[in-house]
Design a binder for this molecule. Structure first.
Ligand SMILES: [Zn+2]
Ligand SMILES: [Zn+2]
Length: 270
């Protein structure tokens, strides 16, 4: 069985301390065929200091060197996780034309100019309203950034809000069904994939990002471009809960998952 993790962070990300060498060693221990490093670049992240900047040249050169060093043992791929906000179109142009990048995750970490992990977002907007604003911005981003390979952790907003709402429940899927359908249809039409991101389980959500309901709907609508990612920020979490993720995908009728090389997708058996 082909083993790949398509969403992994190293200490090139402002929120990870993990060395690339430790990540690769762990991947070799796990007998993996490939691993894609997807460090953060979130331009214009709100707040005093932006920790989510990326020294792109150094990042790419370092990965190329390691890729070559380990080429006989594992396929190390160069990815990036871009924090999308509608006004950043021009700023990310350089990334979209960079030929060394294998895989681009577009993610919504900030919505309406606010960090959704910050309590203030849920203090400003009532829960369902916050969810609506989130999904509507995702929908907008798909048109603005059609170059992305996949949309990252599609219902990321589900992780937050618990700090403000004691009775915080998951997204009201029925309430937001229309916008979620629009998102999924647009992604399918533009051949942009999604991921099943297992990090939600580590955050105590008992589901993936996105949740099973959204994954099911994506499949029903004919979606088949899906990558599997741990969103590990430490080597220990690489490929965590992948067996569960693959079981869920099979249950929902998926037969394959995807990996990317130079932005081209390839299917692997689940
Ligand atoms: Zn992310
Ligand atoms: Zn990530």
């Amino acid at each position: 069985m082909y083993k790949a993790d398509s969403h992994v962070h190293s200490n090139f990300s402002g929120d990870s301390m993990e060395k690339l060498e430790s990540i690769i060693e762990r991947a070799l221990e796990l007998g993996m065929n490939e691993i894609t490093i997807t460090d953060h670049l979130d331009l214009d992240f709100p707040g005093e200091v932006n920790i989510f900047t990326l020294d792109l040249n150094n990042y790419i050169e370092t990965l190329k060197k390691l890729k070559n060093e380990y080429r006989k043992k594992i396929n190390l791929k160069i990815g990036i996780e871009l924090g999308l906000q509608p006004h950043l179109k021009e700023e990310y142009r350089e990334i979209f034309s960079c030929e060394d990048i294998d895989f681009i995750i577009g993610s919504s970490h900030c919505v309406a100019g606010m960090d959704i992990a910050d309590k203030k977002f849920f203090e400003k907007y009532a829960k369902d309203e916050a969810h609506r604003i989130y999904f509507e911005e995702v929908l907008k981003n798909i048109d603005i950034f059609p170059e992305i390979s996949i949309y990252g952790h599609l219902d990321f907003i589900n992780r937050y809000g618990r700090s403000v709402y004691d009775d915080y429940k998951k997204i009201n899927f029925e309430m937001h069904k229309e916008v979620i359908d629009k998102i999924l249809k647009k992604l399918i039409e533009k051949k942009i994939g999604i991921e099943i991101n297992t990090s939600a389980l580590r955050y105590g959500l008992r589901d993936f990002h996105p949740c099973r309901k959204i994954l099911k709907r994506y499949r029903e609508l004919g979606g088949e471009i899906i990558t599997i990612g741990s969103d590990a920020h430490r080597a220990l979490d690489i490929m965590r809960d992948f067996d569960k993720a693959k079981d869920v995908l099979r249950e929902l009728g998926f037969e394959k998952y995807c990996v990317f090389t130079k932005r081209k997708l390839e299917y692997k058996d689940l």
